[in-house]
Every structure is written in structure tokens, then in C-alpha cells.
Ligand binder design. Sequence first.
Ligand SMILES: NC(=O)c1ccc[n+]([C@@H]2O[C@H](COP(=O)([O-])OP(=O)(O)OC[C@H]3O[C@@H](n4cnc5c(N)ncnc54)[C@H](O)[C@@H]3O)[C@@H](O)[C@H]2O)c1
Length: 328
Amino acid sequence: MKILISGGAGYIGSHTLRQFLKTDHELCVLDNLSKGSKIAINDLQSIRDFKFFELDLSDFKEVKSLFEREKFDAIVHFAASIEVFESMQDPLKYYMNNTVNTTNLIKTCIETGVNKFIFSSTAATYGEPQTSVVSENSPLAPINPYGKSKLMSEWVLKDANMAHPEFKYCILRYFNVAGACMDFNIGQRYPKATLLIKVAAECAAKKRDKMFIFGDDYDTKDGTCIRDYIHVDDISSAHLAALEYLEEHESDIFNVGYGHGFSVKEVIESMKRVTGVDFKVELAPRRAGDPSVLISDAQKIRTLTSWQPKFDDLDLICKSAYDWEKQC
Ligand SMILES: NC(=O)c1ccc[n+]([C@@H]2O[C@H](COP(=O)([O-])OP(=O)(O)OC[C@H]3O[C@@H](n4cnc5c(N)ncnc54)[C@H](O)[C@@H]3O)[C@@H](O)[C@H]2O)c1
């Protein structure tokens, strides 16, 4: 298959590209490099060559002409704006980049005969769920423009598929992605990140002098929030499984997580243990909109697709995040 990976220079896109490069698929990458890294692209080109298009998805004319020229069979669509806090300050950026640009991409796929679309969605579409474990059928009620912009893209995909049944999609709702593969220069680069494992890794690597626990009075075993952390290489392999699934099946939606979680305190303890670094942690008030527990019901992807997670180990995830932080 000839596959276009949008956002392939970013964190999850580059890890996925690395795995796809080990298959027989012909690969192309589109990225505007607003957050992605050309170093990652250059590094990955040492596995084998692929075309890289530095292009913004909002350039509809160029995107269309690229699709007409290259005749892709499938798209794996990562490119998006991804910061929840920024989405509350600048919602239109999120609706434009995530919903409008994705809608145009779907339209372009339909117009140029690209019939397989793998979409990066998020657990943020569930908002603050009533249950700690959420299945694909749990109510969708995102509480920020980032989550809403992704849910709207899901709706567009579903409606496009109803009107054009030959156009099939797989929506992957990721839980908390973390860690890095260590053989290429492709970890999480975000400055000012708020993602727990990244922040803890930065503390251990002495890039921050302290971190905060936001609330220790939740109804959990140690009072801190519990999340489902998944290694980026397991998220990446889910895209290969999803593409394979679409060859034989109709469109579908899958949670991608491990189906169990760790508390904030457990993550910090793991980071300190695997790095041998004791860093400063302070208690701060709860943040608005943080559910106490958010864990995926991940049975569906395990049952229906060939996906086999290999890195379900918190210490390993923390160690890889730390090793990346030290080298980048
Ligand atoms: N990181 C997570 O924990 C997480 C969780 C759930 C879902 N997701 C989703 O996964 C996808 C990838 O996330 P990531 O963490 O790798 O983010 P990232 O910022 O590292 O990657 C996104 C990439 O898209 C590119 N991009 C953004 N807008 C573009 C545009 N208009 N045109 C072309 N390229 C553009 C950026 O340059 C970047 O390389 C996103 O869709 C995100 O919503 C991420």
C-alpha cells in the first residue's frame, strides 16, 4: 500500500513511521514542522528512503494536488494541535487545525479515491466520565476545545462513510501516551509540557527543579489521580493493526490503552526508582476537569485486531522517557 502519514515528524507520528518503515508499505510523510522535527525525519530516512512533504494541511490547493499526484491508498492522520490548555485560550486554532483541516483531508481522500483513513483521536472525547473504566460506547462529552475538535472530526468521518461506504476509517482513541523508543532521535519534544511522565522525566534529568501533584484527596488508593499510561511504541503498532483490520472489515472505533492504571504517586515513585534520582515534589490544589480515575476498557482492540502490546511496564516507560530526556 502507498500510505501518507500526516504529522509524521511529530512524537507519535515518527514512532509510527519507524514501525511502518519495517514493512513493505510505500511511505510518504506530510508535516509543516510547526512542532515536528526534521532531525527525526532525517534519522528515520536511514532505515529506508521515503518522500517528505513540508506542507501545511490548511493549504487545501497544495494538499489536493499532492493527493492527485501521489495516488495514496491510505492515510494515517496524526497532524493536529494537541495542547488542552492552549485549546481553552485559543479554541479557534483547534477547530481550524483539527476539525477544518481534517474535514478537508477527508474530502480530498474521497475526491481522489483514498479509501482507508486511520485517525488519531483521544480519551479527551470522553470528558469527565461517570465510570472509571470507559469503553468505546461510553458517553462522549469532551470538556475542552481540543477534545471537542477531535470528536467533531470523528463525526465527520462517520458521516462521510455513511455517504461514501467505500471510504473506511478506523478511529483510535489513545489514552496517556508516554516513553520513547531509544534507537532514533524521536522522543517527546514539547517545551513546557504538562504530561506527567514527561514532567517527572524532566525533573529526574534536572531540567526542572520540582514538580507538582495536583490534589491528593481523590477517592483513590493513595488520594492521587489514576491514568492508563501506554508506551508510544504500543500506540504506534496499533496503527498497523488498524490498517490491517480495515483490509477485511468495516469502519470501527478502538480505545488504545492497557486497561489498567497507575496513580500520580506511583508514577513519581517509579521515575525516582528507575533513575535513582530523588527530585522535589510539591502538593498543589486539584485542577479543574481532572477525573479521579480514567482507564480504558481495551478489550475490543485486543479481541478484534491483531494488536499485541509489548511494553506494558511502568518502570520501562519511565526509564525510556528519562533516557530520551537526557539525550535530547
Ligand atoms: N501525545 C498524546 O498523549 C496524545 C494523546 C491522544 C491523542 N493524541 C493525538 O495524536 C496525534 C499526534 O500527537 P503527538 O503527541 O505526536 O503530537 P505532535 O505535536 O508531536 O505531532 C503533531 C505533528 O503534526 C504536525 N502538524 C500540526 N499541524 C499541522 C498542519 N496544519 N499541517 C501539517 N502538519 C501539522 C506538527 O508539526 C507535528 O509534527 C495528534 O492528533 C493528537 O491529538 C496524542
